[in-house]
Design a protein around this ligand. Sequence first.
Ligand code: COA
Ligand code: MG
Length: 293
Amino acid sequence: MRSLLFVPGDSEKKLSRAMASGADALIIDLEDSVAAEMKPAAREATCAFLVAHRALAGRPRLMVRVNALDTGLTDDDLAAVMPGRPDLIMLPKAGGGADVALLDGRIAVHEALNGIEDGVTGILPVATETAAAVFQLGTYAGASARLAGLTWGAEDLSADISAETNRAPDGRHTEPFRLVRSLCLFGAVAAGVQPIDTVFPAFRDEAGLRLECEEARRDGYTGKMAIHPAQVPVINAVFSPDAASIEEARRVVAAFAAQPAAGVVNIGGEMFDRPHLKRAERLLARAAAFAAG
Ligand code: COA
Ligand code: MG
């Protein structure tokens, strides 16, 4: 998943617009973007949307962001949307691997109740929304076979730590949030799942978004969440392996294939060793996955 577009679950207009956005996944929101009194209607609209769009060919993956485990709303959210067979459930304010294991069990019940094959519904936690959660970023490995990625959020964490802002005047994240961004990346890779970068809220600032996407890709993130359809093409472009990197990766793989016993090779006057090979193979695997749709 390169791009994951948030859509408020109570907005039928945005839901229908989101389908044409080109996003790899939609995150239909029942949490922060839906007011408390709108939640029952949003649950209903979300399930109806899932039922109406599940069978469409070439559709984005459909994910639902439920309310956090400590709100008392999660089970009602699941009961309302699981009949629509969402591909994934996003867990906000995740407190670590134990929360994912807990949600795993609850989802399993709803899969059984709805005749859904056991284990097919994935989980994507938002893993950094409280200070305490930051210290649990290393606990996701092995928590659940449903774990599909790890992402992070800056807005709720800002409130939790009473930060005046999470971005400097130049638009880049301030130090506490840069640290958390790095820890989320390590936590995701350590758990063997996709690291997905947080949202860029200034949705009219295309250059700022592009820069943030490029920095995320440079560091190892392979996708990013969006809040507005205009952000989707930028995110897709930056996170699609480009022709030059594919060509370079092919050169690395070919050089090692030509010298199977070599631990290190010389390509055009530069040293390439096993870690470069591993990175090249991963990039080619990602490119092949996109090519296959
Ligand atoms: N998904 C689908 N459609 C969206 C959209 C989204 N996330 N954001 C905007 N649109 C639609 C608008 O409805 C509008 O449609 P129209 O042309 O048919 O009227 C069009 O795109 C242009 O929108 P624009 O006028 O630029 O912005 P807006 O003022 O309507 O919406 C936000 C701005 C921020 C309210 C809106 O982008 C949004 O709701 N984003 C998601 C917020 C969210 O889910 N947050 C939780 C996670 S952080
Ligand atoms: Mg939030």
